[in-house]
Design a protein around this ligand. Structure first.
Ligand SMILES: *Cc1c(COP(=O)(O)O)cnc(C)c1O
Length: 393
């Protein structure tokens, strides 16, 4: 049994899920089944009515997936969790649940590229509007909230500019308007940042990244109040159907068990690499939340336990110069995604954020020379050596 006040390192490994096997299997079994047999017609009817606990069909719930959902809920300090086939399945399910035609979303001035794509789709097809907001002050945020605003969507640190948003401030304002704050906590994981503790209502994750941690699964998670998660499960999850497979849930349960150790090393390596980059003659600017020289460092200190494993930096010159750096790398892989054991680098302007119109991209602070580095678990000196030779080449 996990004690109520267990440390997070313990909660990553144990949960109070009801035991799901009679054989004492230490690791969670994979329930690779689409359906569950009822012993009688009355039992089937009772399960559908919700009068009896139990499984029906794996799009509605699955025991392996349930273990993961309970674990992420405990880690984020929320009442319930829900697992999805991808981070985007989780985010789209949440935003569809929180809006109707004619509603409006306020979001951070900078978002994951496909979240931006989703907002555009919601606007074009369903007349759900949105406004971008830097959220650097209460006044600024208040100004963007309209009578039809039904939620605030926040990424912090923002991908890929790494600006941080004050979650306590956003939650305080949202309470005044009685609307929820949804936070994409992919970059931080609950080990570094717990948005619900800051007063926010809903947390979403691309579990593809640090939670899986090994670059071998695509998945999404949502955590929030029981009522909200129950509503998602019965509507935008059940009827749209972006559920997680039992095997992928099993990979994530496994990933969580080592997440704290991996995160400590990602953070340490990123700090070391960022310090070297700061003083490099070929580097214009470094954006790393864990650095005291970072403009939002006060916010980071208040709501994150460490600066994370991602940093971005601008190389001197133009886009071709940035691309030349990528092409010179030997150890570091040119790839989108992040949070893997391997160090990954990408050029957001031509890759993850290439579908955002150039002017809009510029407004978000994504220049053509901005590179995003997901610092891996290799020895930091080897990562630095490769980066340095590519910058100097
Ligand atoms: C990757 C990512 C997503 C999308 O997640 P998928 O699992 O790829 O669907 C959303 N938000 C952030 C911050 C991400 O890094």
């Amino acid at each position: 049994m996990v004690q109520k006040k267990s440390h997070i390192e313990t909660s990553l490994i144990h949960t109070d899920s009801q035991p799901i096997n009679d054989f004492g299997s230490l690791t969670t079994p994979i329930f690779q089944t689409s359906t569950f047999a009822f012993s009688t017609a009355a039992q089937g009817a009772a399960r559908f009515k919700g009068e009896e606990e139990g499984y029906i069909y794996s799009r509605l719930a699955n025991p392996t997936v349930r273990v993961l959902e309970d674990r992420i809920a405990a880690l984020e300090g929320g009442e319930k969790g829900l697992a999805f086939a991808s981070g985007m399945a989780a985010i789209s399910s949440v935003l569809l649940a929180l809006t109707s035609s004619g509603d409006h979303i306020v979001c951070t001035n900078g978002l994951y590229g496909c979240t931006y794509g989703l907002l555009t789709l919601l606007q074009d097809k369903y007349k759900v509007g949105h406004s971008f907001c830097a959220m650097t002050s209460e006044e600024e945020l208040r100004k963007q909230i309209q009578p039809n605003t039904t939620c605030i969507f926040i990424e912090t640190p923002i991908n890929p500019t790494m600006r941080a948003i004050d979650l306590h401030m956003a939650a305080r304002i949202a309470k005044n308007y009685d609307i929820p704050v949804v936070v994409d906590n992919t970059f931080s994981t609950p080990y570094l940042q717990r948005p619900l503790d800051c007063g926010c209502e809903v947390v979403v994750h691309s579990a593809t990244k640090y939670i899986g941690g090994h670059g071998d699964v695509v998945a999404g998670l949502v955590v929030g109040k029981s009522e909200f998660i129950g509503m998602l499960a019965k509507t935008t999850q059940k009827d749209i159907g972006g559920i997680l497979s039992p095997f992928d849930a099993w990979l994530l349960i496994r990933g969580l068990k080592t997440m704290h150790i991996r995160m400590d090393r990602h953070c340490f390596n990123a700090l070391k690499v960022s310090e070297r980059l700061q003083d490099h003659p070929r580097v214009q600017q470094v954006y790393f939340p864990g650095s005291a020289r970072y403009p939002d460092y006060d916010i980071v200190k208040q709501q994150m336990s460490q600066g994370g494993g991602i940093l971005s930096f601008e190389v001197k010159g133009n886009r071709e110069d940035a691309e030349r750096v990528l092409d010179q790398l030997k150890l570091i892989k040119i790839a989108v995604s992040l949070g893997d054991a391997e160090t990954l680098i990408q050029l957001p302007a031509t890759m993850t954020h290439s579908t955002i119109p150039p002017l809009e991209r510029e407004r978000m602070g994504i220049s053509d020379t901005l590179l995003r580095l997901s610092v891996g678990l290799e020895h930091w000196e080897d990562i630095w050596k490769d980066l340095n030779q590519a910058l100097l080449a």
